[in-house]
Design a binder for this molecule. Structure first.
Ligand SMILES: [Zn+2]
Ligand SMILES: [Zn+2]
Length: 285
């Protein structure tokens, strides 16, 4: 009973802090499990303002995009040149206008993801999320299990959302931007119309309340998503295992399957795996 009353008081106290904070630097009274205690019983909830976090995340997310997508583009569309031409999955060379449009949409996506990342940090500091920092808390095996489990859940979420986006009533507003370049380039990997970017980011905002995740696991998942998305949009067939006939490759979405999706909207809606496409018959025309 005492414990329940304490938890209710704790929740009320956290809620007051949440509602009373300003957009500037946030301070709060010491609350169990939130932030580091200091003399006098006060703790600093956020080291910097929310705007600072938003700007910092925006810079990191956009920097990550330019480094990974830009690096892949430079490598495959310039440095490797004719050495890789035979492996191209494209119908024609990429247009500067299409790349510019992809970058413009990606900047908007970075804004959306930065706002969501700031929200996640705020909720984490308030102690509302299931994020944790001690790797032994659920055992080391759980780090791997949660990583694979979240990839599968994200793939499931993405598959059904993506199929929904291709409904004629939604396509123009929700998903046209991603397909506007026709054949993809690495620059297309983060090019989403803002409604799509919001729904993609919402997955991460939700998952931290449902599944315990180590902070490093969350970071690795986000990095996997980024690298995999760039891989899917390479426009080149790279690895022999990423083919339809390979015993392992046929289970993963890669540049071949995703290029097929960009030219034929009715197939391969998955993000990482072909599991749902195979199960629901969207793995062929
Ligand atoms: Zn699509
Ligand atoms: Zn795509």
């Amino acid at each position: 009973m005492v414990s329940v009353r304490y938890q209710v008081q704790d929740f009320v106290q956290k809620s007051k802090v949440f509602h009373n904070h300003s957009i500037g630097t946030i301070y709060m009274l010491k609350i169990s499990g939130c932030g580091a205690p200091c003399a006098g019983g006060n703790v600093k909830l956020m080291d910097y303002s929310l705007l600072f976090y938003c700007f910092a995340f925006f810079t990191i997310i956009l920097g990550r995009y330019f480094i990974i997508a830009g690096g892949a583009y430079l490598l495959f569309y310039s440095l490797l040149g004719k050495n890789i031409a035979k492996r191209s999955l494209r119908q024609a060379a990429p247009m500067a206008e299409a790349i510019f449009n992809d970058i413009k949409l990606s900047i908007l996506s970075a804004v959306v993801f930065a706002v969501c990342a700031t929200f996640i940090i705020l909720e984490y500091k308030l102690g509302f999320t299931l994020l944790y920092t001690d790797p032994q808390k659920y055992g080391l095996w759980y780090l791997v299990f949660s990583f694979v489990g979240v990839l599968f859940l994200q793939d499931t979420y993405f598959y059904f959302m993506h199929r929904m986006f291709h409904h004629p009533l939604l396509f123009r507003q929700m998903h046209y931007g991603h397909h506007s370049s026709g054949d993809p380039t690495p620059w297309s990997s983060f090019a989403f119309d803002p409604p799509e970017a919001i729904l993609q980011a919402v997955f991460f905002v939700g998952i931290i309340f449902i599944i315990p995740l180590h902070l490093i696991t969350l970071g690795v998942i986000l990095m996997t998503m980024t690298v995999w998305a760039v891989f899917n949009h390479l426009g080149f067939y790279v690895f022999s295992w990423s083919s339809k006939n390979h015993w392992l490759g046929k289970w993963f979405i890669g540049p071949t399957y995703h290029s097929m999706h960009h030219s034929n909207y009715k197939m391969y809606y998955g993000l990482y795996f072909t599991f749902w496409d195979k199960l629901l018959g969207t793995d062929s025309e």
